[in-house]
Design a protein around this ligand. Structure first.
Ligand code: ATP
Ligand code: MG
Length: 201
């Protein structure tokens, strides 16, 4: 069933298109306005800030913890009744080196706190941790889509593959606007959205 949305769109293709366009515009604004620096790094509150920023014009659930259980493939993400406890635990996880940061990212993915848009918001959240704690970010263009998705599926059991994949893509270009915009495009491409270039919106 198509998600209820503030745009009152009932056609799923049209909704996907509008969601991509509007939220990419918001991602661009998040960087250019400097508002991205207001997100609390490594905390759920920071992820809420990013998610709300990207999706508030589209969905009433933007920045809100989901109230339905969700699954992908054979994986069920954290059940609603355990979600708050899980988030509390993740907030307290350490983030002082790259291994800890990737572990934290993997746990937040397993929590999947929002109804939709988890992948895209959480990758921005990951980059903020890397930027602050180790002065590096991911060059998402150096992470192949199929490799990424298979490593994320595997990460529920073991984070070896996602750990290696992220490490080989780290770059020192932490304030590079073009790298950020390209990263948004690649992140959206992982989720099947590739109609608009963030830079051109
Ligand atoms: N089977 C899986 N097991 C673990 N993680 C997964 C699995 N499938 C996808 N993921 C991770 O979840 C992210 C988002 O997937 P999903 O489509 O379920 O969430 P979403 O809330 O719709 O996010 P988005 O709207 O950004 O795509 C993927 O980018 C990947 O990191
Ligand atoms: Mg999605």
């Amino acid at each position: 069933m198509i998600l209820a949305n503030k745009l009152n769109i009932t056609d799923q293709i049209e909704l996907a298109r509008a969601e991509e366009k509007i939220s990419k515009q918001k991602a661009k604004q998040l960087f250019d306005s400097g508002n991205i620096n207001k997100a609390e790094v490594g905390k759920f509150a920071g992820l809420v800030f990013i998610h709300a920023y990207l999706f508030e014009e589209i969905y009433a659930f933007a920045g809100k913890i989901r109230d339905v259980n969700i699954a992908k493939g054979t994986i069920a993400f954290a059940r609603v009744m355990y979600l708050e406890a899980s988030i509390k635990h993740i907030d307290a996880m350490p983030q002082s080196n790259v291994d800890q940061i990737i572990e934290k990212y993997v746990e937040m993915n397993i929590a999947h706190p929002f109804r939709e848009g988890n992948g895209r918001a959480t990758r921005i959240w990951l980059d903020l941790m890397l930027k602050k704690e180790i002065q590096q970010v991911v060059d998402w263009n150096a992470v192949d889509k199929d490799d990424y998705l298979s490593a994320m599926q595997r990460s529920v059991v073991k984070d070896l593959e996602i750990n290696a994949l992220i490490k080989q893509a780290l770059t020192d270009q932490i304030d590079d606007r073009a790298l950020f915009m390209k990263g948004i495009d690649v992140s959206y491409y992982y989720e099947g959205y590739s109609e608009f270039k963030t830079e051109e919106l």
